[in-house]
Design a protein around this ligand. Structure first.
Ligand code: ATP
Length: 494
């Protein structure tokens, strides 16, 4: 089943993942705020990326460069001259569109064949009455569109108290340039030998002409970028080093998204055509995901050659080279750039995790997040909130488990409702404290000190001693199978 964007937007709002920015003022249209569960999910994505790519690899280091940079950086990088999209304006309603995307929108049409009746026609289709295709403004259906003009996507701002050209700079439109300008600092201070990479996570800003589709295209977003420097003179497994590492990064990136839950059938690779390639790029491949809006770019992996380091060397006057000890010569490294959007990754993980199923005649919505991504790992639920000893024990369990993981306590509904709520936000496990856990002295029943763990995906339940919870969850949350718990501990009645 493919989930719609509307379903994700409404679930995100209802359950505290993502809210529209400045909503009480009518919203901004292109900015979104991550709520209590959204911020956990987003941090989990960034944390596993940082851990897998920066901390676990001996050939990688991290960086956190500033968002505001010297304005010449953007001249050297080519962004001042070339970071543009073609824009067209409606002469009637003044709305603006990206020229290359205008045919991907539904369009308003006053049809001469039906006495000028107004229709809204799906993107790219002709009018079914008169057969005409769109030529006018898609929004008002009346105005001519201007010829395309190039519009620079960088946000301008001023450093310091004077708003004059000398103080003009930009909010970075990508994190990559912060890495290039620090190439020598990192290589020297960390005594790096090629090949090595520098990774960075941070905000980027683009004044997109037509933002939209929820968090897919926004004007403020986050990137996880790597610049992987290789010696172009080297060969690995019979291939030039840059081509070898480009292949490796494509395969690693695809595997990474699959490891954390994206299904293979929802991922594909798209090679950039020759005429689409940036002039400096030797090869670029996009990983596309089948988003609710259709196949679209999730990340790009480019072979940028030695373009960036050479440009910065030219504009700064500083040599950005590497001394090849073996060949006794200076070389400008080539760079492979795997560049992913945090927000797009989050949207893909959310869409892929979303499932609706029928359980005992009722609809169950479940986010089947990988445990590493789930915003809450365990929810502790008291079966009876009137029993003080049950509530106290549940709080104590939450307290113990929260030393290791994000854990919540909830007693605001009956148990069935509480389970459904946790399913809907993707919590992998619930722990229920009941009368048997604490015993019932009135009935002469003694406490068994055990709680019920419920597995989100199978909905199976097992009865586990409280003391065993930390090691059991350590195993489960590190990817251990539920079946190991189910075979070791007795099943609980559902
Ligand atoms: P697009 O073609 O969608 O505009 P792009 O090719 O310009 O994207 P890159 O410059 O390659 O994007 O940026 C790398 C990654 O940053 C993209 O793959 C995407 O995940 C993310 N990204 C880029 N622009 C945006 C945006 N406006 N909103 C959210 N994420 C973005």
């Amino acid at each position: 089943m493919h989930v719609t964007m509307d379903t994700l937007v409404s679930l995100s709002k209802r359950r505290g993942f993502i809210f529209q920015s400045s909503e009480i003022y009518g919203g901004t249209g292109s900015c979104w705020d991550y709520g209590p569960l959204g911020v956990e999910l987003k941090q989990n994505i960034k944390r596993i990326w940082w851990r897998d790519y920066i901390q676990r690899r001996p050939d990688m280091v991290g960086l956190d460069a500033s968002i505001l940079m010297h304005p010449t950086v953007w001249k050297a990088s080519g962004h001042v001259d070339n970071f543009t999209d073609p824009m067209v304006d409606c002469l009637e309603c003044r709305h603006r569109f990206r020229a290359d995307k205008v045919d991907e929108m539904p369009w308003v049409h006053y049809c001469a064949a039906t006495k000028g009746n107004k229709f809204t026609i799906p993107a790219g289709e002709p009018c079914s009455h008169c057969g005409e295709r769109r030529t006018l403004c898609p929004d008002c259906g009346k105005g001519d569109l201007t010829a395309p003009r190039q519009f620079n996507l960088m946000f301008k701002t001023f450093m310091g108290p004077v708003e004059e050209d000398a103080a003009l700079t930009y909010l970075r439109p990508e994190t990559a340039q912060g890495i290039f300008v620090n190439f020598d600092n990192v290589a020297q201070s960390m005594r790096r030998k090629l090949p090595f990479g520098i990774g960075q996570i941070g905000k980027a800003f683009r004044n997109e002409i037509t933002p939209g589709n929820f968090i897919f295209r926004t004007r403020e977003f986050e990137q996880m970028e790597i610049e992987y420097f290789v010696n172009p003179r080297d060969t690995v497994e019979g291939k030039p080093a840059d081509e070898y590492w480009h292949e490796r990064w494509i395969a690693d990136s695809l595997a990474w998204f699959q490891r954390y839950g994206l299904r293979a059938e929802n991922l594909r690779l798209r090679e950039h055509e020759k005429d689409e390639l940036a002039h400096y790029a030797k090869r670029t491949a996009d990983i596309e995901y089948r988003f609710p809006i259709g196949w679209s770019e999730l990340m790009g992996i480019a072979n940028r050659t030695d373009f960036d380091l050479k440009q910065h060397a030219k504009f700064s006057g500083k040599a950005l080279t590497y001394f090849d000890e073996e060949r006794k010569e200076h070389v400008v490294p080539y760079v492979i750039e795997p560049s992913a959007g945090v927000d797009r990754a989050l949207l893909a993980f959310l869409a892929d995790a979303y499932q609706e199923e029928e359980v005992r005649g009722e609809k169950r919505v479940v986010l089947r997040f990988h445990p590493e991504l789930a915003p809450v790992k365990v929810a502790v639920l008291p079966l009876l909130k009137k029993r003080e000893d049950i509530v106290r024990t549940a709080h104590a369990v939450r307290d113990t488990l929260s030393r290791h993981w994000p854990v919540v306590y909830d007693d605001t509904a009956a148990i069935g409702r509480l389970y459904r709520r946790q399913d809907e936000v993707g919590t992998p496990y619930c722990v229920t404290v009941d009368v048997q856990t604490v015993g019932d002295s009135d009935k002469g029943e003694s406490a068994d000190g055990k709680v019920t763990i419920r597995d989100r995906d199978s909905m199976e339940q097992a009865r586990v001693p409280i003391d065993a919870l930390p090691p059991v969850f350590l195993d489960l949350l590190n990817g251990g199978p539920w079946s190991a718990v189910a075979s070791k501990y007795p099943a609980a009645k559902t």
